[in-house]
Design a protein around this ligand. Structure first.
Ligand SMILES: [Zn+2]
Length: 380
């Protein structure tokens, strides 16, 4: 129906109704009636009319219709409204359009704004964002609000409209971007440094306990809807420097302490002991072995000598400090260089038959302040 024809029809109906029901009061309600004729259609349907007469609205209309209901309740004695309702005119409503697609229809702009707030609240809740930390909250997507005339029954409920918006966000047409900015303090654990100390015996240690430091961290977190997308540390300020923990390990070696730390330098069994042999002093301990068997450092130390010597053949002398040295002789090859630091158990040479030797074996000596001692006294 063309608008003009429809308007004419409306006028006709109005006059007939007026005559039928309200003639006796025509003079009283005259001004309301004139008002109706000059206004754009802005009325609720019969269903709403029923609710205005006192009963609560039924069905899915909920708070939307309650709002309408209240409005009508206030004015239900307004003749013009009675006419509007009876005529079943269309309501002036608010349509929400997202990226050029109709998304939902609500009663008015306030309802539409409430919908947007509900949408934001839904994702804020789901993302478990601390509201106080929010630095930016932005809806991404083209949202338009448009006046729209429709019957009351065409309106979305708030819940229905929210579901439509959530569906749009699943299709990436509407997204809520959340930035949070948090400031918090984090502890800094102290660095641990191990130092050797000549004031403590080998095997002893002492810890100088450090202290935790602290730093203040400013972190920005980006969410899209309920998903955490990015975390950026913006600023880190050390508010208290940590104090390092120092572990002092004893390096002072005494003859008495040596047995606690000296390791066997070869896997072989002892074939010749320290002491007088064939009328001559044998200053070391001989260990059986095949050419190429590994020889390992008996203790941490520094390579004092690694060279050929006519009697000992290829030999290594390790210095362990405090006048203690170990010697490894008759080697087939040397694996370390003078000046190098070695740890207990490191391979430093291989068993051989060089120098004054009658077969492959390791000649091992322990020297304390230059004097060869019985190494088996110290090896357990
Ligand atoms: Zn020997």
């Amino acid at each position: 129906m063309k608008y003009k024809a429809w308007k004419k029809e409306r006028l006709k109906k109005s006059i007939m109704l007026l005559l039928a029901f309200l003639m006796p009061y025509a003079s009283v309600y005259y001004s309301d009636f004139i008002d109706l004729l000059h206004n754009k259609p802005n009325t609720a349907g019969i269903k709403v009319f029923a609710s205005t007469l006192g009963s609560r609205p039924q069905g899915n209309y909920g708070s939307d219709v309650l709002a309408i209901n209240n409005e009508f309740s206030k004015e239900r004695n307004n003749t013009a409204n009675k006419f509007k309702i009876l005529m079943n005119y269309k309501l002036k409503t608010m349509k929400i359009i997202i990226n050029n697609k109709d998304a939902a229809v609500l009663y008015n702009k306030e309802e539409a704004d409430r919908l947007i707030n509900n949408f934001k609240a839904y994702y804020l809740e789901k993302a478990k964002v601390d509201r106080e930390s929010i630095a930016r909250l932005e809806l991404k997507g083209n949202i338009e609000f448009k006046e729209y005339y429709c019957y009351e029954w065409e309106l979305d409920t708030m819940e229905g409209a929210l579901n439509k918006l959530l569906a749009a966000s699943k299709n990436d047409n509407l997204n809520l971007e959340i930035d949070t900015l948090e400031k918090y303090t984090e502890e800094i654990s102290p660095k641990v440094t191990i130092k050797s100390s000549n004031e403590l015996n080998v095997g002893e240690s002492k810890t100088q306990q450090g202290e935790n430091g602290s730093k203040e961290i400013e972190k920005k977190t980006l969410y899209i809807n309920d998903k955490k997308v990015k975390e950026i540390i913006i600023k880190e300020t050390i508010t208290k420097q940590p104090k390092e923990t120092i572990i002092l390990q004893g390096s002072r070696l005494t003859e008495e302490k040596l047995s606690a730390v000296l390791a066997k330098p070869s896997r072989g069994s002892v074939t010749s002991f320290y002491g007088m042999r064939w009328g001559k002093m044998h200053k070391g301990t001989d260990f059986a072995g095949k050419i190429g068997d590994p020889i390992t450092a008996a203790l941490d130390g520094r390579v004092k000598e690694a060279r050929f010597e006519p009697t000992y053949g290829n030999m290594v002398i390790l210095s362990h400090g405090n006048g203690i040295e170990t010697l490894y002789g008759h080697c087939s090859s040397l694996k370390v260089k003078e000046g190098q630091r070695v740890n207990k158990g490191d391979i430093i040479a291989e068993v051989g038959n060089t120098g004054r030797s009658t077969g492959p074996h390791l000649h091992f000596e322990v020297r304390i302040n230059g004097i060869a001692k019985d190494s088996l006294k110290y090896i357990k």
